[in-house]
Design a protein around this ligand. Structure first.
Ligand code: GLY
Ligand code: MN
Ligand code: MN
Length: 437
């Protein structure tokens, strides 16, 4: 692995200079970011699994609630670490993490003392959700012009961030390999999920998102979160599952089929595999993600015609939007500290929105593709009865090969998803380096 200390030092320098520029532009003296307030379920004393405010993790990989960063021009970053004495919950010791030398650290055992020390900071922009604690400070809470700027900077990944995303690929790839083995030996959705988390070496709470482990027809529910223990020996597995490393995510999907699956579904799977790889191969800076998404529709339309699911020309498929019921989601989204990372629809640091292509409401990335972006490429082809119904019932019914569609519906769908880094003149597929198939 590259030397994390020096990568993190470079990452911090980039953060510091962009924060100084934005503080100057937005006329604040100081940026305070907190790691966040836990969320307690209504009428309960149980907390939801804690998710650190992503702005905080952009600066510091420390986990846990109520830590504060104080960022000022020309000053080393201050970290106020909340470390109460506690016999109910474990408070992990700080240890000697690689990032420590970049911060001036003070420890606080009470929130009152921590709050009391947050003073003499001038005009403060605060990012976070600790409004109860800070309400009387007179700070500007989550000012949009500043957050839009910081979101924009988050879409250009530093070498440190790329290394973290690569490590998350390695872990995710281990999980996918183990899950594939489990599927081929006849395991249930629940057992496949267990194989994934065991191989990654974490608990469900440590995953970047809930695994999608779909056997057969469940693959057609895009975010299927069930884990049926009673269904074994599936013909198709759609597994959408990733891992986290230092807060950064991987988001990987593979679809596998056994010989018991319909022959045409296997041909579609081969075709989608080629489409996904060809799409990735075409990537370079200067393209527009919305055009890239349209290209996926074109290619999927051709496949649907070749495989006799649609009885018309590929041009007509595209013109009439007949791919929409088969591929209803966006081709991909930015990836980083959040699985659906920020700024995919931003046109500029000021936050102007990039236009959403008509008829594609679920596309999460609509801006130009630039060096340093990391995003997913995840074309899909599904048999979703709810979306096909309207075509079955209207004038386009004869275009669709319903007999074949009905035969393929029990096999659910196909999605193949890699995470790609845009380089100076092309791209690097971060996922395939660790999970070739
Ligand atoms: N795992 C959710 C997605 O691919 O967007
Ligand atoms: Mn995704
Ligand atoms: Mn995914």
């Amino acid at each position: 692995m590259a030397d994390l200390n020096s990568l993190f030092r470079e990452h911090t320098q980039i953060r510091q200079s962009s924060a100084e520029a934005v503080l100057d532009k937005t006329k604040f003296d100081c940026l305070v970011i907190s790691s966040g307030q836990p969320f307690t379920y209504f009428a309960d004393d149980n907390d939801a699994p804690f998710h650190t405010v992503p702005h905080f993790n952009h600066w510091c990989p420390l986990e846990g609630a109520h830590h504060f960063l104080i960022i000022r021009p020309g000053r080393k970053i201050s970290l106020y670490r909340y470390s109460p004495e506690d016999f109910w919950y474990e408070q992990k010791p700080l240890g000697d993490p690689f990032w420590l030398p970049l911060f001036d650290i003070q420890e606080f055992s009470t929130l009152e003392a921590l709050k009391e020390s947050l003073k003499d900071l001038g005009k403060v922009a605060y990012l976070g959700n600790e409004f109860d604690l800070l309400g009387d400070k007179g700070w500007t809470m989550n000012p949009e012009p500043l957050t839009k700027h910081l979101d924009w900077t988050r879409s250009f990944k530093s070498n440190y961030e790329i290394q973290c995303i690569l490590e998350a690929q390695k872990l995710g790839a281990c999980g996918h390999r183990a899950s594939r083995e489990a599927f081929l030996s006849g395991a249930s959705e629940l057992e496949i999920h267990h194989a994934f988390v065991r191989a990654v070496g974490c608990t469900d709470d440590d995953l970047p998102y809930t695994t999608i482990v779909a056997l057969n027809e469940k693959g057609a529910t895009l975010h299927y979160h069930g884990k049926r223990p009673q269904i074994h020996k599936g013909s198709v597995l759609l597994l959408d599952a990733g891992a986290k490393w230092n807060g950064y995510a991987s988001d990987i999907t593979r679809t596998h089929a056994t010989p018991s699956c319909h022959e045409r579904f296997q041909s579609l799977l081969k075709g989608m595999e080629k489409i996904q790889q060809d799409l990735c191969e075409s990537l370079k800076p200067g393209m527009h993600y919305a055009d890239f998404h349209q290209d996926a529709h074109l290619r999927i339309g051709q496949l649907l015609v070749e495989q006799n699911l649609l009885n018309c020309s590929a041009d007509e498929v595209h013109g009439k939007g007949y791919t929409m019921p088969f591929f209803p989601h966006g081709l991909g989204h930015h990836l980083g500290l959040q699985v659906h990372d920020v700024a995919g629809k931003q046109l500029s640091p000021q936050g102007d929105a990039a236009p959403q292509p008509a008829g594609h409401p679920y596309l999460r990335t609509t801006r130009m593709i630039e060096e340093g972006h990391v995003f997913t490429v995840e074309p899909g082809l599904y048999f979703i009865p709810m979306l096909l119904r309207k075509y079955r019932e209207n004038g386009s019914a004869s275009i669709f090969n319903w007999k074949l569609i009905d035969e393929l519906t029990p096999f659910g769908g196909i999605r193949i998803e890699d995470n790609v880094l845009i380089t100076k003149s092309g791209h690097r597929n971060l996922t395939r380096e660790h999970l070739p198939h």
